[in-house]
Design a protein around this ligand. Sequence first.
Ligand code: MIG
Length: 793
Amino acid sequence: MDLITKIKGLNTVGWSNVFQAVQYGFRKKKIESSTVKEIKRDSKVVQKIGVLKNHISLENGFELQFENAIAEILVLADNMVRVTWTPGKIPVPYTIEKETWSKVDVIHEEQDGYKLKTDKLLVKVDKSGAVSFKDNDVVLRKDNPPSRVGSGWCHEAELKDSEHIFGLGQRNHALNLRGGSYLMWNEEPMGDYGEGSDPIYVCIPAYIGLHEDGNYLVYFENSNKGTVEFKETATAKFYQGALRYYFISGSVKETMDRFSELTGRPALPPKWALGYHQTRWSYKTEEETMEVANGFKENNLPISVIHLDIHYMDGYRVFTVDKSRFPDLKRLSSNLDEMGIKTVTILDPGVKADPEFELYKDANKKGLFCKLPDGKNIEGPVWPGWCGFPDFTNPEARKWWGGHYRKLLDLGVDGFWHDMNEPAVFSSSGQPTLPLNTMHDMEGRGGNHIEAHNLYGLLENRAAFEGIQKSQPEKRPWMLTRSGYASMQRYAWNWTGDTGCNWWSVKHNLKLAIMLGLSGVPYTGSDIGGFNGDPSAELYIRWFQMSSFMPFFRTHSAAFVKRREPWSFGQEITDIARKYLELRYKLMPYWYTLAWEASETGCPLVRPLWWLNSKDQRLWDIEDQFMLGDSIMVAPILEQGAKSRKVVLPEGKWMSFWDHTWHEGFAEIEVKAELDSLPIFVRAGSLIPMEIENNLCLQIFLNKEMSTAGCRVYSDADDGYGSYRVDSFELKYSDNTFELTREESGDFDFSYNEIDLDLVGCSVAKVVVDGKQIDGLENIKTKPFRKCQISIK
Ligand code: MIG
């Protein structure tokens, strides 16, 4: 980062903090200088694994002993293998949800190398230490023998010419990561990030390789600082630790399923989180917050959540409330609650080093802050001034931190917004975080910041999740986080931080959502309109339209810019915003069912176009369209002034959501899109469940050339861990008659009075519901049926 960017960045943090940032910058440089030197020196020491000396056959794998290293290859599931090269510290399994796997049938072979075979995968290790992975006789990937570099590892795999790479968390790059080099180090970019500013807040060392012979997912379980590069080879380097990675084969759905079984399924959110959120840095008083809430009601704009940014705290002290601005937070939250609005408050991990502050005193006494090798706390400046940073790798610190949420829950706060948890520290030089040689507990085994840094946000979220679950076991915790790491989907949603206020950023945020999804994190979204700037009405509403199809749907803006509620842009924009808000809420059964499916299978909600057909290479580079689930395809307008755009339709038939015209797939079409219009297409064979006036409405997009369609609808009490139900609708078509059946499972009561059927693009001749003919053919409304026959003209 050059000096100018840095100074610009410091400008957003406020000049009053610059002095401390400069002080900390110098201090940090001095503290970590010997570690930095060591890393430099170490990076030049390369050691080969040497020759194979011995091998041991294990129940589900092999241990191969080389002259300078040991490889353990274990089959954990029929499509997943774990490879571990030591020496190096074995990771604390912070990112692993499932450690014990049931036995798999594995055939061992020992000729021409060491082979392990399951129904789905063949792994072969050569005497040289090279490892190859095959699926149905096709080589998916070949790994070269790794080498030790300093106290870390360098791992290299061959890539095929056509191979595309997706994942690694949030990256400032094209969706296909091929050709780039990526630092694995969560970083606050200090101001807007743009092209070339990589890394940012969430790095995840997992990626999908896609080529003409298939695809796979690789996850490196190594949280240390490192780099991953995709040029001729995929080269991963980690500064320390054992080289441990998981290789998963199968369709993209199967790989996401296995990966989320390994690292944890995405938590099912309370339903309100899928609604619209509004915030600003900050709504500074109770009055101002109520005024915003009333603005939504007056303008007839649906809203579910308002977030309070840092001004609600007393001098930015975490877990406190500023009594002059928010004299009665409980009153505010219950007033909002009556309007159907949930309250979310921001929390930063830094604890003000104020000898009068109870929280600080307590953590200090208990020794819960991060320390330097000399045993003293490392303190750094953030919003409250000098702060201590809880060591979330210490189980005691997690418990302690998690215990404090109760205070805010008791004040009626419904969810939490975790900012600055890279962790970010204001610093005028080097990376704006803690020194590399900061010590961490790492569940008692010890470690430094090189290893713990990327885990910091993840473990703050875990501490919160566990604490909130304990304080409020009847509800599902909801939190939003800026930083995170592999497996964060178990605890938190993500937003993409201080994104730029420009057209590049709106485009880029679509890529970030797809990338995160393919890295295991399904819930993300961006500050609508960009963070630090004043978007034009056009930029705002185009961004808003796209975000209405993103899992996290929120307008946010920085402290020094104009107010940004939808009505700030005038009547026309307010009306367009209402149209997309209403559509979002209508589609809630579709969203909620996708969320439930994600919690069962790890599949992201927002998917790349090639999700449905990974063989179609034309789809591999498309990064300005996306699938929401398997049925809805969105092609947002991402160019200033554009009133139309090109849309690529994958194989199959597609119906325009708005004008109900059919389009042949495997084609590119030009679509008109005036300012109020977002191109949306529905795949033929889809049933889209919607909620309209408390009824369940099924929009049926069945082309007469097709014979089946279906969908599932998940419902429960919208929160908590009680009973649920799944209604599975299946539709068969022949001889001008549709037969629609509904099967139910689970014991939650059906929550709709009626089911409305909307046969898009057909005129109905006769409807028979559970054996009885009904009237009203234009608009079919029925009691919850088992079987319904519809004849069309
Ligand atoms: O240093 O809390 O990304 O969303 O409004 C800035 C103030 C701190 C950064 C977050 C932004 C939030 C802001 N925070």
